[in-house]
Write a protein that binds this ligand. Structure first.
Ligand code: PMP
Length: 417
């Protein structure tokens, strides 16, 4: 692995083979890391190495390979826990990603602790993965739900959570407050510690969607004092198909396994079974061991960087993009203060559909995302059906941001806007 003592974007780029791709005849400019990050060679190597030297089903056999795979898999669990300062490795539940983590909470905790009429508080900026699982519980019993009520903290004009409304709504006694640490559309960094403290003061259980914040290395589970934290490896230099749910151990006694099968059991009779202790009882079936192990490598890579320098770099890129787009009269969504929104810029080129923006930029090798970003309610709030979104990560450069802005001139010329 390349040790990077201080932040040097060109050295970082050298670690990511895909960044040297030619796309449509141009050097790739990858501005879609909020959808998924690219992977450094060490992570790709870790996956290949696992299948070359260590592949075996974990926790099942005592042979050499099984022991090797199981040890590396459990070391990865501990590594993930350390990265977000979880209380212990046992508070880390392996899942496929943020979506599965939230579904696990809704089912394992929600179905056991919520009753008809109870309120779950969410926000208007949530990703579908933190809306739909709760909507399922809000359905009546004859449609598979339990009839909970949903309430929402509004988003202000400048794309932040309305903190007065959050305070008021938390005081009305919702059972759980689920919110994203950082918006995948607006880039807004929510005041997570303050929100968790408010929730705690009102006896409200907290679920933090860390999909967009954990990849930037800024999340400290214990300092935040939340109950649940969900995130995906693939947005943090790791593989797809693996992620983690961090559980405050005081919540484990309130949760029941929601998937049954191999590995999660102690003893099975024909009609009944007993389960292992958490986290294993929430991990039925063969896990993505190789992906978990490569996630370990990804987190080592990230922590080997100066994460505050990385954050400053991402903030610089964001500021530059906001300034260049403002100069061109292109509307952006979310807070104007780049320090409140590192890494993500959603925008609207007047009179041009975001898919056309994306297609024309793609013609120059520039990858941005267009669409509703799995946040249809937020789109409605913003008064649009879709936005274009450029998202930056540690390997992007100022030059790429300028190429992107120049690309928008081309889009406007093409559409005579
Ligand atoms: N929450 C947020 C804020 C996200 O950005 C995403 C991914 N776009 C998710 C949840 C869902 O993550 P995954 O698809 O990896 O489960």
């Amino acid at each position: 692995m390349t040790a990077v003592a201080s932040f040097d974007v060109e050295r970082i780029r050298a670690d990511f083979p895909i960044l040297h791709t030619m796309a449509r005849g141009h050097p790739l400019v990858y501005l879609d890391s909020a959808a998924t990050s690219q992977k450094p060679q060490v992570v790709i190597d870790a996956l290949v190495d696992y299948y070359t030297t260590s592949n075996a089903n974990v926790h099942r056999s005592v042979h050499y390979l099984a022991e090797r795979a199981t040890t590396a898999y459990e070391e990865a669990r501990a590594r993930v826990g350390r990265f977000v300062n979880a209380p212990s490795p046992e508070s880390v539940v392996w899942v496929r990603g943020t979506t599965e983590a939230i579904n696990l909470i809704a089912t394992s905790w929600g179905r056991r602790n919520l009753s008809e009429g109870d309120t779950v508080l969410l926000t208007e900026m949530e990703h579908h993965s933190n809306l739909v699982p709760w909507q399922m519980l809000a359905k009546p019993r004859d449609h598979g739900g339990i009839g909970i009520r949903l309430d929402f903290v509004p988003v202000t004009e400048d794309g932040q959570l309305d903190m007065d409304a959050a305070r008021e709504k938390l005081a009305t006694g919702p059972r759980l407050f689920g919110f994203m640490a950082k918006s995948n559309v607006l880039g807004t960094e929510n005041p997570v510690a303050e929100l968790c403290a408010l929730a705690r003061a009102n006896g409200v259980v907290t679920l933090v969607d860390g999909a967009q914040s954990v990849p930037h290395g800024t999340v400290d589970f214990q300092a935040l004092g939340c109950d649940f934290l969900a995130f995906s490896a693939h947005k943090a230099l790791g593989p797809m198909g693996i992620g983690a749910l961090i559980v405050n151990p005081c919540r484990y006694p309130e949760m029941s396994p929601y998937q049954g099968g191999g590995e999660m059991i102690m003893r099975v009779k024909l009609a009944t079974s007993t389960y292992k202790a958490p986290p294993i009882c929430f991990e039925a079936g063969t896990p993505s061991a190789g992906d978990a192990i490569a996630f370990h490598t990804a987190l080592d890579y990230l922590e080997n960087l100066d994460l505050s320098a990385v954050h400053a770099h991402e903030t610089r890129l964001t500021r530059l993009a906001l300034d260049l787009l403002a100069e061109k009269g292109i509307k952006t969504f979310g807070p104007d203060d780049a320090a409140l929104r590192a890494g993500i810029v959603s925008f609207d080129v007047p009179g041009v559909h975001p898919h056309d923006v994306s297609t024309l930029l793609d013609g120059r090798g520039i990858a941005v995302r267009a669409g509703h970003h799995c946040c249809q309610p937020l789109m409605r709030k913003l008064g649009v059906v879709a936005t274009s979104r450029a998202s930056f990560y540690l390997y992007n450069t100022e030059d790429e941001v300028r190429q992107f802005a120049d690309g928008l001139d081309h889009v406007r010329e093409y559409f005579k806007r």
